[in-house]
Write a protein that binds this ligand. Structure first.
Ligand SMILES: [Zn+2]
Length: 350
């Protein structure tokens, strides 16, 4: 009967709505009651990080903008306090199709367009870092392949990788540290090692092993490998890409720390930079310099402006520090190290 069918449909619809509503409530409750990690609780309070602690800082970013998003306030305050800063940007971000399409107002991008995007993002980085007090001669571009760093670690350690975006298998950018260098993991480690030896920083700031973006996670592995047997005392790790981070960023800072600890193999301690008003303003201008990124994801970019910058502080002088990476290098199995969660779910992020 039509009336009976309509009633049955209505009942099913109501039931579905109730189930969805209950699921939604569960999600909200789950995010509100994000558990305080026992590992973090045992570590004690988060320590403030003073920029005068070390005078030479080396900041490593997988893409142009990560140095600003992850450590912009720290960089500004460090320079303002009289410290030195050098920034290494591993890729020119030349594989971000959406940002390239929007910037160049094209639907399809050629390999030349991707290289043009890399040049645009390079210029944005110079402008951003000028706002933070870093001069262009202190910004080093390596020109390695965007979205290819995990491949360099896992597959292309000694045989060069070809970028599907720029179609290059060597560094194509003239003003990179070393044009024509092959895209291999070994070469990236060599470049990082040389920079560390030449600059002799006391502290290195780099992405965290817990970052889910493949380029970020791989950069963490490369930096830790390059730091072996170096005189650097402290490694400060920052995280940009984790779902939990977006949920907890505003007021659940300590929960975020737990996600970092998961990827740590040393005895880390959390450290936080509480930005000054001047640092916040400088960081805002720096982020706005990244117009190719702000255009396509304004909320994500601007959400980093005034937040405290939290780092996982690793004491590299500890005897047991970074044993996992050392062991891999010693046994030559670094190429088999799986880069975690290469699901591609962050494929459209910078
Ligand atoms: Zn990035």
């Amino acid at each position: 009967m039509p009336g009976g069918v309509a009633r049955a449909r209505g009942f099913r619809l109501a039931l579905l709505l109730i189930v969805f509503f209950l699921l939604f409530v569960c999600l909200i409750i789950g995010s509100l009651n994000y558990p305080l990690p026992s590992a973090l609780a045992s570590m004690g309070p988060i320590m403030p990080l003073h920029s005068r602690e070390q005078s030479r800082l080396l900041v490593v970013a997988p893409h142009p903008d990560d140095e600003t998003l992850g450590a912009g306030a720290f960089i500004q305050q460090h320079v303002a306090a009289g410290g030195q800063v050098k920034v290494v940007i591993v890729t020119n971000g030349d594989g971000f199709r959406i940002a390239g399409g929007r910037t160049m107002e094209k639907v399809r991008l050629s390999s030349k367009d991707f290289i043009s995007l890399g040049l645009i993002r390079r210029q944005e980085a110079i402008e951003a870092l000028r706002n933070l007090g870093v001069q262009s001669q202190d910004v080093i571009f390596l020109g390695f392949p965007d979205r290819g760093l995990a491949n360099l670690w896992t597959v292309s350690w000694s045989k060069s990788y070809r970028s599907p975006y720029t179609k290059q298998n060597t560094v194509p950018y003239e003003r990179s540290r070393d044009i024509g260098v092959p895209y291999t993991g070994q070469e990236l480690v060599n470049q990082l090692k040389q920079i560390i030896t030449e600059y002799n920083p006391e502290t290195v700031v780099a992405p965290s092993l817990a970052d889910l973006h493949p380029d970020h996670h791989a950069t963490a592995l490369f930096v830790r490998t390059a730091l072996q047997d170096s005189p650097v005392k402290t490694l400060l790790e920052y995280t940009i890409h984790r779902e939990e981070w977006r949920i907890v960023m505003a007021n659940k800072l300590t929960s975020h720390m737990d996600q970092w600890l998961e990827g740590a193999d040393a005895d880390p301690s959390p450290a936080v930079v509480d930005p000054t008003r001047l640092a916040i303003e400088a960081k805002r201008r720096a982020i706005l310099a990244y117009q190719s990124q702000v255009k396509v994801m304004p909320r994500f970019m601007m959400s980093h402006v005034s937040r405290p910058e939290v780092f996982l502080k690793v004491d590299l002088t500890q005897p047991g520090c970074c044993a996992k990476i050392k062991r891999k290098a010693a046994t030559g199995v670094h190429r088999e190290q799986p880069v975690r969660r290469l699901s591609g779910s962050y494929g459209d992020l910078p």
